[in-house]
Design a protein around this ligand. Structure first.
Ligand code: ADP
Ligand code: ZN
Ligand code: ZN
Length: 731
């Protein structure tokens, strides 16, 4: 063989490392050639890695390669469609393919082990007569199986006092056979009875006219890719419209993916889907790795009809996906903020396009991106303007708190309003977007303030349990009473967090239960369930919490929503802050008056004339968005022009900054570059963070420009950097 002939048995592997490069391995003689998309165990330097084969016998392979260790799959584990999506993700988010592929795999499949669907062990009787007169127990087993309709799981058999040895004896005689034995490969036919098909089992309520019009609109969409924005106020019955449309898709024998923003939402949503369809599966971060893998494989095998999940569910393979629904499509949790920084909503759009299927984006406060697409005619828009079931939208009121005394964040007027609602038998929801007891812990004599030693941030004072906690790096310190600077005894908590308001309300309203819902309380699932149970009784109660309370919950007996401070959000330098704050206010407000009793919303503000706030109150979210979109257009910011953020961090500020300066000189025309500027919290966990904002005329330019960058750069050792395409937080 001439030395120029490329070696024959070579596999090109994408390894799960931040490298924009793939690696060749030779395939040992005793192994078959792997297929593209199979997982491959390889030795990489001193590490053992599980990579993925991306090419077999590439023409430019070098001779004398190290052998691969093990081929884990006999087929493309991702399937053709997800494989295509992986390539798109790597390209669009400028992320190494090896890492993209590792992100697509459930954690349990990132190990060097074959994966397969675990079937419950089902035994079934075979045809034929078997004389079992001398084995009465076996005869009894066979008879019992016949009585059960011919098959049962091993677990069921053991429950009925049949032992393993009897099962084995009968199997040896050929009288019974294991149903799952019919499945030699991970992907294959589904044994009868092992899959719960989702079909409508109960009828939903009679749709109102608007819902019916929306459903008709969905049912008359053109074949193929059809993105739809369902723009419907909170409580207008969007979910009901999803459910009806899903019926149609299921009836065509196709699968449905439903994306929801928060895990806290999933149980409620799942319950509603289960009640309607008899079966639905969920994926979320609280699921065990083994369970996640099973769901992943079954979706891939077409055995799950409806999958409901948070962000990462959009990366699940499906055999026959017919619809993607993104509920609360504006929600920030759909954007991944590290690693592969994808937006699940945008990926959903891409996937629906790739699969040529409809896509349903639903929200009461659509993202500006979606509103923009709707305006441009790229999305069909359907409106629901009335509350389903006849409830009226809540009324809005501002409370001017300039010069007023606040007790634990609440002014006297608001206390009276709460009293009125509680005494009338309603529930009151108090919204404050800051957890902990107080945001500052201060010396009243010398002005010393507790700061995190590792971040540019004050420590938040927590009282239950007592501690000073940095909300950025998570470090905790003991709650000191003595000032380390002047030795004064008697530090004070300044400012208000949810714990403090909870304490204050408990003093003012000792006769009512007070339920706090924030990241500190939701850690305990049991506590949350107790809280929700109390809320569901419908008895008067006070709910206090952060944005977790704003999302999707249906609290039928809440008649009052109080927003303690709306100003902070409108003052942030982030260009998305007004959009985000308006969404939050409208969503929290949407928890009020969802059933028979009318709702009221009170907003405490130091800036009652703030044009953003007044626009929102006077013109509603649609009017507000209209106005804000003009500002975005003038500033040439998204959705009018695409942006990316290049972030760098290092233990020395100059290193991060200088490296971004270098990048800036290399990028140049036709991109517009702003910075490098320190991130809004410049130091977190002892690392300094800088960022460079990249704005481009259009997407093609943005991507072309950034690609050049990736080919050029080689950052110094200490500098960690990343590119964030379509960043959500820009400060
Ligand atoms: P959204 O998803 O827009 O917030 P939901 O679908 O959750 O709204 O509906 C809000 C409430 O109204 C739910 O309790 C739901 O069961 C009820 N509902 C929805 N559609 C109807 C209808 N056509 N008739 C009566 N009640 C309805
Ligand atoms: Zn002091
Ligand atoms: Zn810190």
């Amino acid at each position: 063989m001439s030395s120029h002939t490329p070696p024959q048995r070579v596999a090109r592997i994408a390894v799960p490392l931040p490298l924009h490069q793939q690696f060749d391995y030779c395939v040992p003689d005793e192994l078959p050639l792997p297929v593209v998309g199979a997982r491959i165990a390889v030795q990489f330097g001193r590490q053992k890695l599980v990579g993925v084969c991306t090419q077999v016998n590439p023409l430019d392979a070098h001779a004398s390669l190290k052998p691969l260790n093990r081929i884990l799959d006999s087929e493309n584990l991702f399937g053709a469609e997800l494989w295509e999506l992986a390539a798109w993700l790597a390209e669009y988010y400028q992320h190494p393919l090896g890492e993209v592929l590792a992100t697509l795999l459930p954690a349990a499949a990132r190990k060097s082990e074959p994966v397969k669907i675990r079937r419950s062990e089902v035994w079934q009787i075979t045809a034929g007569e078997f004389p079992l007169t001398r084995a009465p127990k076996q005869a009894a087993l066979l008879q019992w199986l016949r009585d059960q309709g011919g098959s049962a799981t091993a677990a069921k058999l053991r429950q009925n006092a049949f032992s393993r040895s009897h099962i084995r004896a009968l199997a040896a005689k050929g009288a019974i056979t294991r149903a799952s034995d019919l499945l030699p490969t991970p992907v294959g036919p589904t044994p009868a009875g092992s899959v719960m098909r989702a079909r409508p089992v109960v009828a939903g309520p009679q749709l109102n006219d608007e819902q019916q019009t929306a459903l008709d609109g969905l049912n008359s969409l053109p074949e193929g890719f059809a993105p739809v924005l369902l723009d419907g106020i909170t409580g207008s019955g969007k979910t009901e419209v999803y459910l009806r449309f899903i019926e149609t898709v299921l009836a065509q024998g196709r699968q449905v993916l439903v994306l929801v923003p928060e895990i806290a939402l999933t149980p409620q949503t799942l319950q509603r889907f289960e009640e309607r369809f008899g079966a639905a599966s969920t994926v979320h971060s609280n699921l065990s790795n083994a369970a996640r893998l099973q769901t992943w494989l079954r979706c891939r095998n077409g055995e799950i009809d409806i999958l409901i999940g948070t962000r990462s569910a959009v990366l699940t393979p499906f055999a026959n996906l017919g619809l993607i629904v993104v509920d609360e499509e504006h929600d920030s949790s759909f954007k991944q903020t590290d690693g592969l920084r994808y937006s699940a909503r945008d990926v959903a759009v891409k996937r629906a396009q790739q699969l040529d299927i409809p896509l349903l984006l639903g929200s009461a406060t659509p993202s500006f991106e979606s509103l923009y697409n709707a305006r441009n005619g790229r999305y069909t828009v359907l409106h629901l303007s009335k509350r389903a079931g006849g409830a009226n939208p809540p009324t809005f009121h501002l409370i001017d708190i300039r010069g007023r005394r606040l007790d634990d964040g609440i002014c006297a007027d608001l206390t009276r309003i709460m009293q009125r609602h509680l005494q009338a038998g309603g529930q009151a929801l108090v919204f404050l977007n800051r957890r902990g007891f107080a945001p500052t812990w201060l010396c009243s004599r010398c002005g010393w303030q507790a700061d995190c030693n590792h971040c540019d941030r004050h420590l938040t004072m927590h009282r239950q349990p007592p501690a000073l906690i940095c909300h950025h790096c998570g470090r905790r310190q003991a709650l000191t009473q003595r000032c380390p600077s002047c030795d004064h005894e008697g530090l004070t908590a300044v400012g208000v967090g949810t714990q403090r308001t909870e304490e204050g309300l408990a003093r003012q309203f000792p006769e009512f239960p007070i339920l706090r819902i924030d990241r500190d309380t939701t850690r305990s699932q049991r506590r949350m369930q107790e809280h929700f149970a109390t809320i569901q009784t419908g008895e008067p109660a006070i709910l206090i919490g952060t944005q977790m309370l704003a999302k999707g919950h249906h609290f039928p007996d809440v008649t009052l929503v109080a927003v303690l401070n709306a100003d902070g959000g409108f003052m942030s330098p982030d260009f998305r802050a007004p959009e985000r704050t308006a969404q939050l206010i409208v969503q929290v407000a949407g928890r009020a008056g969802r059933a028979q009793r009318p709702g009221e919303v009170y907003i405490q503000t130091y800036q009652p004339e703030n044009p953003l706030l007044t626009a929102l109150l006077e013109h509603g979210y649609a009017g507000f968005a209209e106005r804000e979109l003009k500002t975005r257009a003038q500033a040439e910011l998204p959705p009018y022009r695409p942006i990316a953020l290049i972030r760098a961090e290092a233990s020395a500020a100059t290193a991060a900054q200088q490296w971004l300066m270098q990048i800036k000189t290399k990028l140049g025309e036709p991109l517009e570059l702003f910075g490098p500027a320190p991130a809004i919290i410049a130091r977190v966990a002892d690392r300094w963070r800088f960022q460079l904002l990249v704005v481009a005329e259009n997407r093609r330019r943005l991507h072309r420009g950034l690609k050049v960058l990736l080919q050029l750069v080689d950052a110094p050792r200490d500098v960690r950097w990343s590119v964030d395409i379509d960043p959500y937080d820009t400060f």
